[in-house]
Design a protein around this ligand. Structure first.
Ligand code: HEM
Length: 455
């Protein structure tokens, strides 16, 4: 009996060292079973890393949503209103009008962007110290930042809470650490609907009020807040885990901080995969043609690692010398194919916030650091004028992180499987395009061929 109890205890105690990795592998297999393997990975067997840039920039690699089962999953995670989310709109007049408004809202002078980011950071960091989760700390900050970009006035508390709640919900669902809560998200849509008249630039003509609210909801109050919060959580966690980099970033000039940001985004790109649906055949070489309707899955982490002898080493100095321009580095996508419209603004705002944090605190952390950041970046913030004795907190974080990994990996398996199944069942994207085809057939009863939406 004693031996059995000891064995059980030993197995239980060893769980954190073997269970999470196995559960993650199982989750990947389950997702593949439900989703099928429709995508062509790039780089992969068919198209190597040497084809990555040309394929991504190819004029036929432009389809965004229609025709890919994978889109059903993204639409599920980005609901409500995924059909108006800029990222998922097909090329055409609506896309052009929406992208124009986004560019206008993001065209802020550098000094103004820095000042706004600093102000939001100052408010978010007031009275903060001790153990935090970096992503949670960042969400209200970027909620206020995005609100001011859109409305050009200080963000009311009600709006900040709605925006941060929505962003946290999307982010946790994407990582499968929680189910999506549509009620929480719809309250934000309702707020935006009530306040559309206060947006500081004219919104695209020809859209209904609800479509305008969905557009803002998707680009500025989901993508902007989620991406900036995730990127900052990665940056601050990197600084917390590399004290020598932190010290140099604190005392050094902005060029070094920019290198740290670039290397953080190389190692932890926010996009794991960006997909495109081909709208025509693409000839790779004399023997290989990728047919129209294929789903190309561009793998950012694999591309960022390619060609490096030590791709896993965190080394900001990679971006110091003349060799930097030869690195595979596309944290904001590729210029030729719908890159991130915030590619100029985001690093400016991130640098300003990083300076505010570094001026106030010493950061320490002992947790693991992966691209998906499911633990939301546990970190110890010690005010710079307080005694710095991180030892006990770091020991606690190390143990807690290991054990949290066990239950979290199990939760991700169950919740992720459910959401992937639910998304396949709801077929939000497929049904949207079926609906628009049916409308067109109804309007032109003689027509039997299908027309590409938005083209
Ligand atoms: C550090 C922060 C950010 C990173 C690393 C990032 C990264 C990216 C990447 C890689 C893409 C292109 C994906 C593809 O090719 O499919 C993208 C697209 C996009 N991003 Fe960002 N993003 C960030 C912040 C923002 C912010 C602040 C906004 C604010 C509106 C934003 C809005 C968008 C939109 C609307 C698209 C779709 C563009 C289109 O299809 O026309 N992003 N982002």
């Amino acid at each position: 009996m004693l031996i059995i109890s000891l064995v059980v205890l030993a197995v239980l105690a060893s769980l954190p060292w073997w269970l999470p990795a196995r559960v993650v592998a199982l989750r990947v297999r389950v997702f593949e079973r439900i989703n099928g393997d429709e995508g062509i990975p790039v780089p992969g067997d068919l198209a190597g890393v040497e084809h990555f840039g040309t394929l991504y920039a190819h004029p036929a690699a432009t389809g965004r949503s229609r025709g890919a089962a994978l889109s059903d999953l993204f639409w599920y995670w980005l609901s409500p209103g995924p059909e108006m989310h800029q990222e998922h709109l097909e090329a055409g007049d609506t896309y052009d009008a929406v992208a124009r408004v986004t560019r206008r809202l993001l065209a802020v002078r550098r000094t103004e962007a820095e000042e706004l980011a600093r102000r939001c950071a100052s408010r978010a960091l007031r009275d903060v110290r001790g153990l935090v989760r970096l992503r949670d700390l960042m969400m209200p900050l970027w909620a206020e930042f995005s609100y001011e970009l859109v409305f050009a006035e200080p963000c009311p508390r009600e709006a900040r809470d709605l925006i941060a709640g929505n962003a946290a919900d999307v982010s946790s669902a994407l990582k499968c650490t929680s189910l999506r809560h549509l009620g929480r998200r719809k309250r934000l849509t309702a707020y935006l609907l009530r306040n559309l008249h206060r947006v500081r630039v004219p919104l695209p003509e020809g859209l209904t009020a609800r479509e305008k609210a969905y557009y803002l909801h998707g680009a500025f109050f989901t993508t902007a807040v989620v991406q900036l919060s995730e990127a900052m959580a990665h940056l601050l966690l990197v600084l917390a885990r590399h004290p020598e980099v932190q010290e140099r970033a604190r005392t050094g000039d902005d060029r070094y901080l920019d290198q740290v940001i670039a290397e953080t985004m190389r190692l932890y790109p926010l996009f794991g995969i960006a997909h495109r649906i081909t709208t025509g055949d693409i000839a790779l070489d004399e023997r290989t043609t990728i047919p129209a309707g294929s789903v190309l899955c561009f793998n950012y982490p694999a591309f960022h690692r390619a060609g490096l002898a030590d791709p896993d080493r965190f080394d900001p100095d990679r971006f110091a010398g003349p060799g930097a321009k030869d690195l595979n580095h596309i944290p904001f996508g590729v210029a030729a194919n719908r890159p991130c419209p915030a590619w100029r603004l985001a690093p400016i705002a991130m640098r300003a916030v990083a300076r505010e944090v570094l001026d106030r605190y010493v950061l320490d952390s002992s947790v693991s650091h992966t691209r998906s950041l499911p633990h939301r970046g546990p970190c110890l913030l010690t005010p710079r004028d307080a005694p710095h004795r991180p030892g006990p907190a770091l020991a606690y974080l190390r143990v807690r992180d290991r054990w949290e990994d066990v239950w979290r990996s199990l939760a991700q398996l169950v919740l992720g499987t459910y959401m992937v199944w639910d998304a396949r069942r709801l077929r939000l994207c497929e049904r949207h395009f079926e609906g628009s085809e049916a409308e067109k057939r109804y309007a032109h009863p003689g027509s039997t061929h299908s027309t590409r939406h938005g083209s």
